[in-house]
Design a protein around this ligand. Structure first.
Ligand SMILES: [Zn+2]
Ligand SMILES: [Zn+2]
Length: 326
């Protein structure tokens, strides 16, 4: 599989000449399986270009192979880490949703929604049963969130969800759910961000990567090296080829932003080292971090991993357009 970064910025998109090398679009990762099937992780502003590239590639493929023997890329699976603005704001500008013939399945953890709606116990049990069949339930918690984003009456957007040309379905996931074929996508809900967040482990042909979305290490709560949540993540990410993780802050910034839901890059290096991953890619860069600041943070993170922790794990800060082949 091939991974391409379309958005590496956290909290809000940003722009300006001091952000050109790392890029200013918010979270979005595109993954192509060996057979060409398209997967996306998060729908920040980066998904706009990803959508345009998907359509362009599909059109080129049709032009080049009129016999129709190619694998269709029109079935797109989109997995969300959570529903904060920086992770969903690009979705209304994702061109395949306005294109007939596309089937777009959107997946995300349901925990936040279940909490917010304050369902009764009986209701939540019923909900569990409903979503466990993984139907493209119009009662999906996730669909309700996107109905809000596409709410014409409130004036948030001029198109409603029902008017989209593509077949868009929404699927609530619970911990330990797996979505198969052609990639295997394991899902786990973590309490490492306000409202909770979904973590994904993606596997194909013995290769794997883990994507955490926004993640705050919980070690400080327990005054130990790793907290309970960290330990779960370490076990989930064990021996992955690549760990893609939120390391938004320096250690000094983290001290002022405890509880904001993000980790320092040094703590992320420690988690990667303990999980024994082969490569760590740090993303969700702070909007105030210019290219020069990110260069310095990356240099420091590499030294921390190699010299302080003594691990031969490659550390890279994600850049828009960066590609990783697995
Ligand atoms: Zn975020
Ligand atoms: Zn968030």
């Amino acid at each position: 599989m091939n991974i391409t970064f379309y958005g590496v910025r956290g909290s809000t998109p940003t722009h300006g000449e001091e952000y050109l090398r790392y890029g200013g679009n918010s979270s979005c990762i595109f993954v192509k399986s060996t057979d060409g099937s398209p997967y996306l992780f998060d729908a920040g502003s980066g998904i706009r270009k990803a959508g345009r590239d998907i359509l362009k590639n599909e059109n080129n493929k049709m032009e080049n192979n009129k016999s129709g023997n190619t694998i269709s890329s029109k079935k797109i699976k989109l997995f969300l880490s959570h529903h904060h603005w920086d992770h969903i704001l690009g979705f209304p500008f994702f061109d395949p949703i306005y294109t007939r013939g596309y089937e777009i399945s959107v997946y995300s953890g349901a925990k936040d929604g279940l909490r917010r709606r304050k369902m009764s116990w009986e209701e939540s049990i019923k909900k569990e049963l409903d979503v466990s069949v993984k139907s493209k339930s119009i009662n999906s918690e996730l669909r309700r969130i996107f109905e809000g984003q596409f709410d014409k009456r409130e004036g948030y957007f001029p198109v409603s969800l029902d008017e989209l040309a593509a077949d868009v379905s929404f699927h609530d996931l619970h911990s330990n759910d797996t979505v198969n074929s052609p990639l295997t996508v394991h899902h786990f809900l973590h309490d490492a961000h306000p409202g909770g967040m979904s973590t994904y482990r993606v596997e194909e042909n013995g290769k794997s990567f883990v994507y955490t979305g926004d993640y705050e290490s919980d070690f400080q709560k327990y005054d130990v090296k790793f907290g309970v949540i960290d330990k779960k993540l370490i076990s989930f990410a064990r021996n992955a080829d690549v760990l893609i993780m939120d390391g938004q802050y320096t250690l000094k910034e983290y001290e002022q932003k405890k509880g904001f839901g993000h980790s320092s890059y040094t703590k992320v290096c420690e988690i990667a080292a303990d999980a024994q991953v082969k490569k760590l890619i740090i993303t969700h860069h702070d909007p105030s971090h210019t290219d020069d600041i990110l260069d310095a943070m990356e240099f420091d993170a590499k030294n921390y991993m190699n010299l302080i922790l003594g691990k031969d794990i490659s550390v890279v800060f994600a850049r828009e357009g960066m590609k990783v082949a697995l």
